[in-house]
Design a protein around this ligand. Sequence first.
Ligand code: IYR
Length: 234
Amino acid sequence: MSNESVSEHPMIPLEFTTYGAELMEARAREFEALMAKRRSVRDFSPRAVPRALVEAAIRTASTAPSGAHQQPWTFVAISDPDIKRQIREAAEREEYTSYEGGRMPQEWREALAPLGTDWRKPYLETVPWIVVVFQQTYGVNPDGERRTHYYVKESVGIACGLFIAALHNMGLVTLTHTPSPMGFLSQILNRPAHEKPYILFPIGYPEEDAAVPDLERKELEEVAIWFDGEVKGA
Ligand code: IYR
């Protein structure tokens, strides 16, 4: 082999499992049914959740594809009651201004009405865990030099999707919570300037009598458009 053909960035064989057609269909349906049961929850039980489960969800999220494989995310996991209290107090201050102080336009408030939300966020203290995801708007090399990060929002969004799916699959519930503006999270959690709060996940078990809005999901026909050709190799 000549020197030129030996890359500085070697490739390795893909590890991948293939299934028979029937098993593929069954797995597809099973996963679809599992994910169809996922709901955003606001009524949480104080029941403890082992840290190992949160660790597994973060590791799963961190398998997400990312721009230039830079994995531009930081997951900050909190079970400390004092920090949860600080987060609740700051989030409720911001949300009060949004809901009651006129920061949220009427149209937005009307769109949220079916969800029954208001400025109160008691679950931020009830839950055993809060995970705050930060997006790394740029990287910092060990020598302090800045490194451009690519597709940060897309990458972090995908990681959060996997995080939500991992939690649901293990039998936990969460909520995509964005108390706005979220700057207070950088202060409370002491994050560096290149990290910006992206989303906050309260995590736990649902309260016994937890209720969720009576929502319908769009049908396939409403969300998909097809340019269908002949099915080859099916
Ligand atoms: N951040 C607020 C408002 C809110 C906004 C959207 I868009 C929602 O889907 C739900 C709530 C809150 O958490 O109440």
